[in-house]
Design a binder for this molecule. Structure first.
Ligand code: ZN
Length: 214
């Protein structure tokens, strides 16, 4: 079973992805992780990615998909995988479906983790980090002393309300078309209410996964 997780920053995809991976006994594959592994192992695709990164360029989708393909061909992913952060744009969604077709596989479910914008702002905002040991804190004011090392807590530019709103806008602009694309292509897309308790969200996701699998 191949699952693709979609959702805005702060929706909890990563956390739920890990819980679901455990429940289903398949690996969670996140773009950042597999890219780092490919760079570390110096695979052919990893070296290709490194060449772009060394020039300060973004790694093209084709290279990322090549890395994904290698991972999906590994024994660990024989029964399936949960893909996190792999699909953010329509071209990535198309590229992934083509690559999977080459492997004789397909996306079984797109799971869209849905959280209202105000709640995302709350979840993502209010974060401060220690400028000494980098420990993140929630609900403390900048200028407070770190409990661990005594250094001052600061708010990063990325965590300012304006920056967060921008990140959400970028998500909306890129991923809303993916949802439309999935509907048009009659893909199995399930919108999951990702508010409330962690285990409630997991149960909703499991229900969406088990539907149609009988
Ligand atoms: Zn500290």
């Amino acid at each position: 079973m191949i699952l693709v997780l979609l959702g805005p920053p702060g929706a909890g995809k990563g956390t739920q992805g890990e819980i679901l991976a455990e429940r289903l006994g398949i690996p969670k594959i996140a773009t950042g992780d597999v890219l780092r592994a490919a760079l570390r192992d110096g695979t052919e695709q990893g070296l290709a990615a490194k060449a772009y990164m060394d020039r300060g360029d973004l790694v093209p989708d084709a290279v990322i998909l090549g890395i994904m393909k290698d991972v999906l061909l590994s024994p660990a992913a024989e029964k399936g995988a949960i893909l996190d952060g792999v699909v953010r744009t329509v071209p990535q969604a198309e590229g992934l479906t083509i690559m999977l077709a080459e492997l004789g596989r397909k996306v079984d479910r797109f799971l869209l983790f849905d959280v209202p914008e105000e709640e995302l702002m709350q979840r993502l905002g209010g974060r401060v980090v220690c400028q000494g040991c980098q420990t993140p804190y929630k609900g403390l004011e900048p200028g407070t002393r770190c409990e661990k090392c005594g250094e001052t807590l600061v708010r990063r530019k990325d965590d300012e309300p304006e920056a967060i709103r921008n990140r959400l806008k970028v998500y909306e602009a890129q991923t809303a078309p993916v949802v439309e694309w999935a509907k048009e292509k009659k893909m199995n897309l399930h919108k999951i209410d990702a508010t409330g308790e962690l285990n409630e969200i997991t149960e909703r996701a499991m229900k969406a996964i088990e539907e149609h699998t009988k």
